[in-house]
Design a protein around this ligand. Structure first.
Ligand SMILES: Cc1cc2nc3c(=O)[nH]c(=O)nc-3n(C[C@H](O)[C@H](O)[C@H](O)COP(=O)(O)O)c2cc1C
Length: 642
């Protein structure tokens, strides 16, 4: 008989006329592929629908801008001022609700952070921006203090937007008053120094927010729940703190039904809003727990949540009433359903690599390193099972090979995966002992479990040779035999980063190679108390880290000494001998040298398998040493192509 393993998470929650079926909610996350006018696309609708299918009780659509002329927070956000937006909104609400989830949408206005340039050449910065006060932004753009007539217009636009989303069929809405957007800009004593009734005292600074909430209530009537998202602290010099947030919570609680407690501000605390992999899971829960002591309404918490035991404890202990997740539900949109069905060993846990956020800056698309469905949810709806069952042999049990095997098996093929070593996981096995990489390592276990469920036969300690292929006679051979570390020199005090297995090889360590792997290894060793020097030939370290991950990593690297422009030549008993661009030699004193100078493809092994089956597909590091994200992407698509 079924008994929920996470009973607190499975409880319903009543919010006015709406009952949420469980306590897990999907955070507002924008989808950038909208039309140039900010209208919804099939792709955007499918992006939200995927999470609705995954069992979260509440799905919140990200950043719908109430007054597009002045409030557009990103290059692409939903334009609620557009006369043609209603049909798309209606389709979106239906797409969420048809899976039993409640549909909510975030009403937003960027204030002084509106019209930022998301991509080079957009020139939004030439447009006029409005905030609480006159200001010149760091990019040189001008902010004008919002005149009172405009404040009235903005308040009215919130009311109109609320009526519109209710008409479109949304069950509730969320007002964004956190992260440094307009309503927080007015509430923050740091950014609002107005001298009229919208500035100065706390009630004056909260006035705009309260007027907005009143306008919304007047528009939606008494049964429609309103959620308010606030930041518990701003974390920049002069920004408000938790005490100020508690006072805000008390001021608004009679006007809202769910208080959503996030943290940080656009001003200068991105990583408080989006905790990096170097921060503890659930590091912001304490804010919700504290605020909850001061209000009577339900409170939602958010930030680096992905572990069912922790989610359950948060609800069970009363720290919060709802657990809201952003990135965790990109990595695995089905997390809530798996929690409810006691299938937590199938959850792919977000590793907080920031691919999702960085990719928008790079290409204006949304993707996830672990989940190849993100960004192609719509086309994936038309994926068909295979018409002819084939015999598929996968050589290599790294993440790319496993993803290919799962996808092919789920489509109905007979799949055998062989791994030369005794363990599945390939390159990510090196992450096993690094605590901040543990969710990446855990992906190997989850993929192994998913293979078992998909019916993939796995043989460990089995090398796929041309003879093996000929004997097994596959219709399709997928070659994912990975790469090997580059070893420029050896010595008794020289170790490979992947061989450390959590042990410090010395007290003073020189890490040769300042790419992602070298930097992360260096940070880990420094965290364990070693004195670490990172040696990199290029002018900068961590150049392969994405735009959001890199600043967080560079901050952690402050625990180490970084030496750029040096080439590692050889190991000496006293340390690492390097040379600068002019060939001048220098000794970096160390007891141990850790090599992290990259991977080279296992090309010979891969080439030997070409033309051994009617269909052969090479993927991942054996083609070109790359990232986990690339291996999963290629593996998934190889599995679809069979
Ligand atoms: C890809 C992505 C898009 C986001 N878009 C929005 C948005 O449109 N509006 C918003 O208020 N927050 C947005 N956020 C912030 C999330 O709602 C959430 O506060 C943050 O990611 C921390 O939660 P997490 O650790 O569970 O990801 C976004 C976050 C991500 C990762």
């Amino acid at each position: 008989m079924y008994t929920p393993a996470f009973p607190a998470l499975c409880q319903p929650l009543r919010l006015r006329g709406l009952t949420l079926s469980n306590r897990m909610a999907a955070a507002p996350m924008g989808y950038p592929e909208l039309t140039a006018e900010g209208l919804l696309t099939q792709d955007a609708i499918a992006f939200y629908e995927l999470r609705a299918k995954g069992g979260a009780a509440l799905i919140t659509v990200g950043e719908a801008v109430v007054h597009y002329a002045t409030g557009r927070s990103h290059g692409r956000s939903i334009n609620l001022s557009h006369p043609d937006v209603l049909a798309g909104l209606t389709q979106l609400a239906r797409a969420i609700r048809r899976h039993g989830a409640a549909a909510s949408i975030e009403l937003a206005h960027g204030g002084k952070f509106s019209a930022v340039d998301s991509l080079p050449g957009e020139r939004h910065r030439d447009k006029v921006k409005y905030g609480p006060v006159d200001e010149v932004m760091p990019d040189g753009s001008r902010v004008i203090a919002m005149p009172k007539e405009m404040i009235a217009e903005i308040v009215e636009s919130y009311g109109k937007a609320a009526a519109l989303v209710k008409r479109a069929g949304f069950d509730m809405l969320l007002v964004h008053a956190g992260h440094g957007w307009l309503l927080e800009q007015f509430y923050s004593p740091a950014t609002n120094t107005r001298t009229d009734e919208y500035g100065g005292s706390r009630p004056n600074r909260a006035r705009l927010m309260l007027e907005v909430l009143d306008a919304i209530r007047a528009a939606v009537g008494p049964d429609f729940p309103i959620e308010l998202r606030i930041s518990a602290e701003e974390s920049f010099p002069g920004g408000y703190d938790l005490r100020e947030a508690i006072e805000l919570a008390k001021l608004v609680e009679d006007k809202i039904d769910l208080l959503h407690v996030s943290a940080g501000s656009n001003e200068d605390s991105f990583y408080e809003t989006h905790p990096s992999m170097y921060m503890e899971r659930g590091c912001n829960v304490r804010f919700a727990a504290e605020i909850k002591k001061h209000v009577r309404i339900p409170v939602a918490t958010i930030g680096a949540l992905n572990e069912p035991d922790m989610l359950e404890e948060i609800i069970e202990s009363g720290k919060a009433d709802v657990v809201t997740m952003g990135r965790a539900l990109l990595a695995d949109p089905e997390l809530p359903r798996k929690v409810i069905q006691n299938r937590t060993d199938e959850i792919l846990r977000c590793m907080r690599c920031f691919t999702c956020l960085a990719e928008r800056m790079q290409t204006q698309t949304r993707i996830c390193a672990l989940n190849p469905l993100i960004g192609r949810e719509y086309e994936s709806m038309f994926q068909r099972p295979a018409t002819t069952k084939k015999r598929v042999l996968v050589a290599g049990g790294g993440v790319g090979g496993m993803e290919a095997a799962i996808t092919a098996a789920q489509r109905g093929h007979q799949v055998l995966l062989c791994e030369k070593s005794g363990e599945l996981g390939g390159a990510i096995l090196g992450d096993k002992y690094i605590p901040f990489k543990h969710d990446a390592y855990a992906a190997a276990r989850t993929l192994a479990r998913r293979m078992a469920l998909a019916g993939v036969e796995v043989r460990l300690n089995t090398e796929v040779t041309p003879q093996f292929v000929r004997a097994w006679e596959p219709d399709c051979l997928i070659v994912a035999v990975g790469g090997s570390p580059i070893v420029p020199f050896t010595g008794p005090n020289v170790f490979l980063a992947s061989d450390l297995k959590g042990k410090l090889p010395g007290k003073r360590i020189a890490v040769l190679g300042g790419g992602l792997v070298g930097c992360e290894t260096a940070v880990y060793c420094a965290m364990q108390g070693a004195e670490v020097t990172v040696v990199e030939m290029a002018a900068e370290v961590a150049r392969d880290a994405n735009a959001r991950q890199r600043p967080a990593l560079l901050k952690e690297l402050e625990r180490t000494t970084v030496r750029c422009g040096l080439r590692g030549l050889r190991a000496a008993p006293e340390g690492l001998v390097c040379a600068d661009a002019d060939g001048r030699e220098e000794l970096i004193e160390a007891d141990a040298i850790v090599l992290a100078v990259g991977q080279k493809p296992n090309r010979a092994a891969a080439d030997a398998l070409r033309n051994t089956a009617p269909e052969v597909r090479l993927l991942g590091d054996c083609l070109k040493a790359s990232t986990l994200r690339e291996a999963i992407f290629q593996g998934y698509h190889a599995g679809l192509d069979v």
